[in-house]
Design a protein around this ligand. Structure first.
Ligand code: SME
Length: 162
């Protein structure tokens, strides 16, 4: 990917860093992130957070999101691409959701997905989930960008605990 295509992600990352230092709490930062990303990256058709339920750490709970409503408000760690990413502590990129038996459908239009865990003190606390209507929409640059966004959110959560 050439530098002209990389630039929007770098600019967006700066915006998100600024939101993180200005945000009054985690929810408002998450809301800023989903709004900024979904407005500026149109092929990111669904953008949302799933966070581990503090009273049931084997389950992810839907947080702020942009896109169509999803039936998957709570996802156990042994279900879905979302559960797999949190359980394996690793980013998962799915080029064709219809070819992945783990996939839980949110929209019939979704063709590809990326899920990036968020860590605090080395522990998974949640994740960022993105769906695209385009097949194989997520490149290494998207992955790098979203892992940086996840670090910004994790660092903000760690700060608010002190
Ligand atoms: N596709 C996800 C479920 C969440 S919705 O896409 C918003 C999964 O397979 O875990």
């Amino acid at each position: 990917m050439g530098s002209t295509e990389l630039e929007p992600l770098a600019v967006l990352l700066d915006t998100i860093r600024q939101s993180a230092s200005a945000s009054r709490d985690l929810k408002s930062l998450q809301q800023d992130v989903v709004t900024a990303i979904s407005e500026r990256l149109p092929h990111y058709d669904w953008v949302g957070f799933y966070m581990l339920d503090p009273s049931d750490p084997e389950t992810l709970v839907l947080g702020p999101f942009a896109g169509e409503p999803t039936p998957h408000v709570r996802i156990p760690l042994d279900q879905g691409i979302c559960g797999a990413a949190a359980a394996s502590r690793a980013t998962i990129v799915v080029e064709d959701v219809n070819a992945d038996p783990r996939y839980l459908s949110c929209s019939i239009k979704t063709r590809s997905e990326i899920v990036v865990p968020i860590f605090v003190d080395g522990k998974v606390v949640g994740e960022i989930d993105i769906d695209s209507h385009a097949p194989a929409a997520f490149t290494d640059d998207d992955r790098d960008f979203l892992e940086k966004v996840a670090r910004i959110v994790g660092n903000r959560m760690a700060l608010s605990r002190t």
